[in-house]
Ligand binder design. Structure first.
Ligand code: PMP
Length: 467
């Protein structure tokens, strides 16, 4: 019997006969019976992955998929990249301890050096790192504690559409009220919610640079108005490109405005690069596009090379918190650090950020043609290999701002139809109406064409059912 590994690639969604025992149905049934009602991806992706390589995932039933979810943007090098596997194997074989709390090790030392080499000089030369692990939300939590301690202020500036994680302070900074409500979070009166420059659904109804400038002015006036009602902020937390919020890139000029506004008022600027980092947007870190150097950078996902790792790096002047201010048993994941060092090095050496910029621009251009053909595609946007297709209901009155309403059911149907065609995509944005593409930076041109073909087919199929 040929091993599954040696089978030829099949058109996604097709089923190859295989004499291996396939218990896909049983596994999925047991999952739905035993796992929590809070499970997420598992609900919309009835896939039981048993093998994965690069951007291909193979289910227990032999079906193969092109994975544009990439572990929610974690897998910069795709699944099981040889350099990552090699780094993990080498560490396992070396006899080094796998669990070390936050003790110094050669593995951690090498990771720190590799990470600092990627950071803006100002931050690398005068920065401190805190290992927060294991998840992105831990690092957000740490960043907020850090700035609250350093400034002695309690407030926080955060943005509409922002997503920062599921723990208390990160959740409070998250804009999605449904997500916050579902997670048992409440509105934190210390958080001031500011309008993120969302070109397509501009809150000021003008969009573009002008919309972004109005958002900056509102921020400025709230900060300076003694009767503005906001709690003095310990920091401003933002994503350079909002991910879960619906793939919304902030204009560089707006980011520079935020940097100037916060610097002039002594407010630490915190860049949440959990999803945008490690080449994803076409620069190693997304803030590089604008030249902005934040005071704190929050990093996770790709820095661990597919294993859990989360850190913050911040200006040393902020380092006034006490020993143990952000402790945690699992901050020393040696395998993640080794996998992360390998990933950071590979992305740098192979110019994968530049490649993401190039391929992303090409994919975006093709997505634009899709928008021309389908009135239900309201907007396509993105930066590098972080791409979004916002689906709308073109038949409903767009209202005074001239933008049609979201189309959550259509988006879910497209996701399903894509899966049937062997393509894994996720949804995000308002009402889950944005199809998100987060392929690995190693995606080939051929694969990128296949992704777009399958997505176009899925869109046609889903709109046909709806018509
Ligand atoms: N910040 C951003 C920008 C994210 O996209 C995410 C996760 N999607 C988080 C924070 C939280 O990371 P985690 O799920 O690892 O806690």
């Amino acid at each position: 019997m040929p091993s599954a590994r040696s089978r030829p690639a099949v058109r996604g969604g097709e089923h190859e006969s295989d004499t291996e025992f396939d218990d896909t149905e049983g596994i999925l049934r047991r999952q739905s019976m035993r796992e929590s009602a809070a499970r997420t991806y598992a609900r919309s992706l009835p896939v039981v992955p048993v093998r994965a390589q690069g951007m291909t995932v193979e289910g227990a039933d032999g079906r193969r998929y092109l994975d544009c979810l990439s572990g929610a943007g974690t897998l910069a090098l795709g699944h099981n990249h040889p350099v990552v596997l090699e780094a993990i194997r080498a560490l396992l074989d070396s006899g080094a301890p796998l669990h070390v709390l936050d003790l110094a090790t050669p593995v951690k030392d090498a990771f720190t050096t590799a990470l600092f080499e990627t950071l803006p000089r100002e931050l690398a030369d005068h920065g401190r790192i805190q290992f927060c692990g294991p998840a992105g939300t831990d690092a957000v939590e740490a960043a907020l504690k850090l700035v609250r301690t350093a400034t002695g202020r309690g407030g926080l500036l955060a943005f509409t559409g922002g997503y920062h994680g599921m723990t208390a302070a990160a959740l409070a900074a998250t804009g999605d009220t449904a997500v916050r409500g579902a997670a048992g979070g409440t509105v934190d009166a210390r958080v001031t919610r500011l309008p993120y420059p969302y070109d397509y659904r501009c809150p000021f109804g003008v969009g573009g640079e002008q919309g972004a400038e109005l958002s900056a002015r509102l921020t400025e006036s709230l900060l300076d108005d003694p009767k503005g009602g906001i709690q003095p902020p310990a920091g401003m937390l933002f994503e350079p490109v909002q991910g879960e919020g619906g793939v919304i890139p902030a204009p560089d000029t707006w980011l520079r405005r935020m940097r100037d506004l916060t610097a002039a008022r002594g407010i630490p600027l915190i860049a949440d690069e959990v999803q945008t980092g490690v080449g994803r947007t076409g620069a190693f870190w997304a803030i590089e596009h604008s030249g902005v150097v934040p005071d704190v950078m929050v990093m996770s996902k790709a820095i661990g090379g597919s294993l859990p790792l989360a850190v913050i790096v911040y200006r040393e002047e902020l380092d006034s918190w006490r020993p143990g201010a952000h402790a945690g048993t699992f901050r020393g994941n040696q395998l993640a650090m080794a996998a992360g060092t390998a990933t950071l090095g590979y992305v740098r050496r192979n110019g994968l950020a530049e490649r993401a910029a190039l391929l992303g621009a090409r994919m975006l251009a093709r997505l634009r043609t899709l928008a021309e053909e389908h009135p239900c595609v309201g907007d396509v946007r993105g930066r590098g290999l972080m791409l979004g297709v916002e689906l709308v209901d073109p038949d409903t009155d767009p209202g005074p701002r001239g933008v049609p309403p979201t189309a959550p059911r259509l988006a879910a149907a497209v996701r399903r139809a894509a899966l049937d065609r062997g393509l894994i995509v996720e949804l995000g944005g308002r009402d889950g109406s944005v199809i998100r593409l987060l392929p690995p930076l190693t995606i080939t041109e051929e694969q990128s064409e296949a992704v777009l073909d399958r997505l176009a087919d899925a869109l046609v199929a889903a709109t046909a059912v709806r018509a």
